[in-house]
Design a protein around this ligand. Structure first.
Ligand code: ADP
Length: 242
């Protein structure tokens, strides 16, 4: 489903280039549940944004279902994002001026879902996430945890082929966090591809494969959560710790 080849991202300031991602090769098959881990600043969010078509790589190739995303216009990329991808942002990115109900309805409007169906999908989502009582409130009237629930609900409401989640349980209590991970597991079993960024070993244990990023370099994990922890990457060379 996803094929990245030589993905590099840098920011230029004056004569200096700051590398955030370096030569990333990654294949994610349809139906996979993948975790990206690594220390803060390693480039995890940047990689997720590029996969989500919300940011551009500086170099390299990105194929999504065999379509060359790197050569598409921004408009076309946005369309693919809106049709197929549910993105859970670390800082929620809810629309402040819209109520919870309207925030959940927005991705359905982009996807041109008819009014009746929109109504029933939003009602289902409010129910599933136990936020019916909050539907007429604005994001600023919610706690961080409640905003995060709305953000997850908004990402899954279009029944996307691919869910990208940046620390999806960071502001939830452990019970809510577990519910979200269980929901991801269910959606994954139904065929949704999931890529999450997390620091939590527990969240990572829900996935089939873990990859580690360090200073923008990727070390591929072996099959199974936590496998990538055995390996370190330094100066682009691969070092196995004993
Ligand atoms: P992570 O998610 O692993 O914490 P990020 O992908 O958020 O890492 O960031 C990786 C690096 O890219 C950080 O060092 C950050 O400072 C840098 N970075 C992100 N955005 C910009 C930008 N617009 N200009 C310059 N550097 C940036």
């Amino acid at each position: 489903m996803i094929k990245l080849r030589g993905i590099t991202k840098f920011y230029s300031s004056g004569f200096n280039k700051t590398y955030v991602l370096r030569n990333i090769d990654l294949d994610v098959r349809e139906g996979e549940f993948l975790t990206i881990m690594g220390p803060s600043g390693a480039g995890k969010s940047t990689l997720l944004y590029i996969i989500g078509m919300l940011d551009d790589a500086s170099e390299g190739e990105y194929y999504f279902n065999d379509q060359a995303i790197h050569s598409l216009s921004e408009k076309k990329r946005t369309q693919i994002h809106q049709q197929h991808i549910g993105f859970v942002f670390q800082s929620y990115h809810l629309i402040d001026e819209l109520t919870v109900y309207e925030n959940l309805e927005t991705p359905l409007l982009y996807k041109k879902v008819k009014a009746d169906e929109r109504k029933s999908l939003v009602a289902d989502a409010l129910d599933r996430f136990h936020i019916v009582a909050k539907k007429n409130l604005f994001p600023s009237q919610l706690s961080g945890g409640q905003q995060q629930l709305v953000a997850v609900a908004r990402a899954v409401i279009i029944n996307p082929k691919l869910i990208l989640a940046d620390e999806p349980t960071g502001n939830l209590n452990s019970k809510q966090g577990e519910e979200i991970m269980e929901l991801f597991r269910e959606l994954n079993q139904e065929g949704t591809t999931i890529i999450q960024v997390t620091h939590s070993e527990k969240n990572a244990s829900y996935s089939e494969r873990v990859i580690q990023l360090l200073d923008g370099w990727m070390e591929k994990g072996e099959k199974g959560p936590g496998a990538g922890r055995e390996a370190k990457v330094e100066n682009g060379k691969r070092l196995r710790s004993s």
